[in-house]
Design a protein around this ligand. Structure first.
Ligand code: CU
Length: 181
């Protein structure tokens, strides 16, 4: 009897281990598929944001912090480009840099990451209005976040996947479609 129990436990732990491995594989595959792009382009900055959104949807604060680190580094490179030194793009990049840094340093505070993510959403909305992005984006709204004050996020998928609360994954609606340029 003891042996059966042990075997069952081993089997269970094997299964959960395997699940974990699978999800890790998906993540690294995703990151690999991001790699061929130019690291310092505006597109890869938007991709950072979309990956961060996915990590928040999964409720994974560590992964969110990692994408914050990448976003911080990418925005720094873009800010150092003389072409982006002045005007609206520079202001937006500075704001992205600051919020990305907070997110990268808040791996233990997912609520705080989400606060900064909602600020980032406005920055990225402004950014894609000035710099072209290759994919159609959807501006989504969840009315319940932050004591019913609500919050926006951008997605590259039509389906609602709420990054603000994993218990309300489908809460929200598309408010605007931002066409690819
Ligand atoms: Cu902060």
């Amino acid at each position: 009897m003891k042996n059966i129990l042990l075997t069952t436990l081993l089997l269970l732990s094997f299964i959960s281990c395997d699940n974990k491995k699978n999800s890790e594989k998906t993540v690294s595959e995703k990151m690999e598929s991001n790699q061929p792009e130019k690291n310092n382009s505006f597109e890869s900055l938007v991709n950072n944001y979309l990956s961060m959104k996915d990590a928040l949807t999964e409720g994974d604060a560590n992964k969110t912090a990692d994408f914050g680190k990448k976003m911080f580094a990418n925005s720094k490179v873009l800010l150092n480009d003389p072409q982006n030194k002045n005007g609206d793009v520079s202001d937006i990049l500075s704001d992205i840099e600051e919020n990305a840094e907070h997110i990268s340093e808040s791996a233990d505070k997912i609520h705080h990451q989400r606060e900064h993510f909602s600020i980032l959403t406005k920055d990225f909305e402004d950014l894609v209005a000035l710099k072209p992005y290759a994919k159609t984006l959807y501006k989504d709204f969840c009315p319940m976040y932050n004591d019913n004050k609500g919050a926006y996020w951008l997605s590259d998928q039509k389906e609602i996947n709420n990054p603000y609360d994993p218990t309300m994954k489908n809460c929200g609606e598309v408010k605007q479609v931002i066409s690819a340029k």
